[in-house]
Unconditional design. Structure first.
Length: 584
């Protein structure tokens, strides 16, 4: 057993040669894949590489494992990156190899083993069951994923007997819709040198698309981005990685980062430009990839993990993967089986599953707050939330802007831009470890998609997002703090939902942003307003520095679900701004 993957050309050659000999070889089993994982994720685990040789010193078995930071739990090294993971060995050596590995793990006191995404049709499972009995492990296996696949031999064939890709009619409609001014074409890049300048564009598009569907892409994580770049470097040396793009004119509208290996094309991470979503660009790129795979003499496209609906339109085969646990403890074994059975029971009842998911989300939010704020502040927050269900008093103060403060922002090299999906994606990658900011970005994406209001982002000179804010017509604006709508003149605009990521706070970006927004609103003929909770001292201080003046306040009283509002806004159409002074 080795505690790292040696950067050894000889081992690389033998390892990859062995992979090519196994049943259904996968790019995830290669030396390059494991090395890319080790180089980028080494902080999260301790590699454990097991190599087996025969009498002639030929490599006959490889399995790349990892031990967690606690030193107790063992998993496949590539469990979180590879869609298939396995013990790499020819069939005749598999039972002895698996038995030797599990025996060594038991000797080292590693009693918890998890084998994720083990192919159900692999002979490894039977070898694991037999070896587990011999080494004191108890095995539990359940279905992890059902991977959709497209076997080219089973596709519909043309008159000349050659298969053709599903969805080509939609691709023709897409081409026609784009028009002659933006001809549709695609290309496939396989070298790292050609791929390196394009990867950032693909990654930003992937993060943006996930925001659109209310999720955070795993590519938002910088370690994941480094892994994909490292993988492209290593696999690019053997033409196993491929970055595909579909263009409308000179504009890329769909991307796919995948692999070709041993006659198969692997669909790994696709995305597309949401602005042309109605034309199904991702669907069209998939059709083109299948057709190109057929033309290149390949036999299959593996659509990988996940049950996205579009895959069913192409798939004509499936391959199941398993989640296998091995425990020395009988208690842990039965606890795992019980949890799995309970999860299955919940999944067949949508209403119960929805409640369970809400509970999980709530628990994750509480744990995140505990990590961020500590126990005392979290308990105070929880108590305030509980108390608010019974009785609450909220005073909201409204301010109107009076003078220009934009010059201050310019002197600091800051810039104000309209919010768009690209800038939200950049922010998601910049602040991927800030859960509160990610929640704000998802909310902002929904607003952007719905339209009707305007968002702004303050950035540094190099484009780093520092502060976000939104603007809407004030008259009729629903203020959640008051539980009702605001009143204002027809030319009044309200600045709301301002947000500075936690690591950017304390530098006055809030003040800079709202001052510049107010300046823009005034230049366009609007009267800028903003509001704040009376108890938010930092917000009120920033509002004052930006040039806003207090005009009036309103108080919301809530008791056992019933509420009343004290204070009335001035009659904006009748009272000059300088005379507005209504207060509670």
């Amino acid at each position: 057993m080795l505690k790292e993957i040696p950067e050894d050309p000889n081992l690389r050659q033998q390892w990859d040669a062995l992979v090519s000999l196994v049943d259904r070889p996968q790019v995830f089993y290669t030396y390059e894949w494991s090395l890319a994982v080790q180089r980028t994720y080494h902080v999260s685990f301790h590699p454990l590489l097991v190599l087996a040789y025969d009498e002639s010193e030929s490599l006959v078995g490889v399995v790349a494992l990892a031990v967690g930071q606690d030193g107790k739990r063992v998993t496949f090294l590539c469990a979180t990156t590879g869609d298939y993971c396995d013990f790499v060995s020819e069939r005749e050596h598999k039972p002895a190899f698996v038995s030797a590995v599990l025996g060594e793990l038991r000797k080292q006191g590693l009693d918890d083993v998890t084998l994720t995404n083990l192919p159900a049709d692999s002979d490894t499972l039977s070898a694991v069951r037999k070896a587990s009995r011999q080494n004191g492990y108890r095995v539990y296996a359940r279905t992890a994923y059902v991977c959709a696949q497209v076997a080219f031999s089973q596709l519909e064939k043309s008159k000349d007997g050659k298969p053709f890709a599903p969805g080509l009619k939609r691709l023709k409609r897409f081409t026609k819709a784009m028009g002659s001014a933006a001809p549709v074409r695609s290309n496939h890049i396989r070298s790292w040198q050609a791929m390196e300048p394009i990867l950032p564009e693909f990654m930003q598009a992937h993060v943006a698309r996930f925001l659109e569907i209310g999720r955070i892409s795993n590519i938002a994580n910088p370690i994941r981005r480094r892994f994909m770049a490292e993988l492209a470097k290593l696999l690019g040396e053997k033409d196993w990685v491929v970055l595909s793009r579909m263009f409308a004119g000179e504009r890329a509208v769909a991307w796919h980062y995948g692999f070709t290996y041993q006659g198969s094309w692997f669909w790994y991470q696709p995305t597309f430009d949401s602005s042309v979503e109605k034309h199904w660009p991702g669907f069209c790129l998939l059709s083109q990839v299948i057709q190109d795979g057929i033309d290149q003499g390949m036999t299959m496209l593996d659509l990988g993990l996940g049950s996205e609906a579009y895959k069913a339109k192409f798939a004509n085969e499936t391959r199941e993967t398993l989640y296998v646990t091995l425990y020395h403890s009988m208690l842990k074994h039965w606890a795992t089986a019980f949890r799995d059975r309970m999860a299955q029971a919940v999944r067949v009842r949508p209403a119960v599953e929805k409640i369970a998911e809400r509970l999980r989300q709530g628990m994750r939010a509480v744990l995140a707050r505990l990590r961020r704020d500590g126990t005392p502040q979290t308990l105070a927050w929880m108590w305030k939330r509980v108390l608010g269900l019974v009785w609450a008093r909220e005073e909201v103060v409204l301010y109107e802007w009076e003078y220009t403060a934009g010059a201050t922002m310019q002197s600091r090299g800051l810039q104000l831009h309209p919010v768009d999906l690209g800038r939200l994606a950049v922010a998601a990658m910049e602040y991927e470890d800030d859960e509160a900011t990610l929640g704000y970005l998802l909310r902002s994406t929904r607003r952007l998609r719905e339209g009707g209001i305007e968002g702004f982002v303050l950035t540094s000179e190099d484009g780093r997002p520092l502060h976000f804010a939104w603007v809407a017509p004030m008259n009729g604006f629903f203020c959640s703090e008051l539980g009702g709508a605001l009143r204002g003149s027809t030319d009044s605009a309200i600045v709301f939902d301002c947000w500075t990521p936690s690591v950017a706070r304390g530098h006055g970006y809030y003040t800079q942003a709202i001052a510049c927004i107010a300046d823009r609103l005034r230049a366009s003929g609007s009267r800028p307003w903003i509001f704040s909770a009376a108890g938010n001292v930092a917000s009120i201080r920033g509002i004052g520095k930006a040039g806003f003046q207090r005009r009036y306040s309103m108080v919301r009283h809530q008791t056992l679900g019933r509420q009343r509002i004290e204070g009335e806004p001035p009659k904006f159409d009748e009272t000059p701004a300088a005379e507005v002074s209504a207060r509670v």
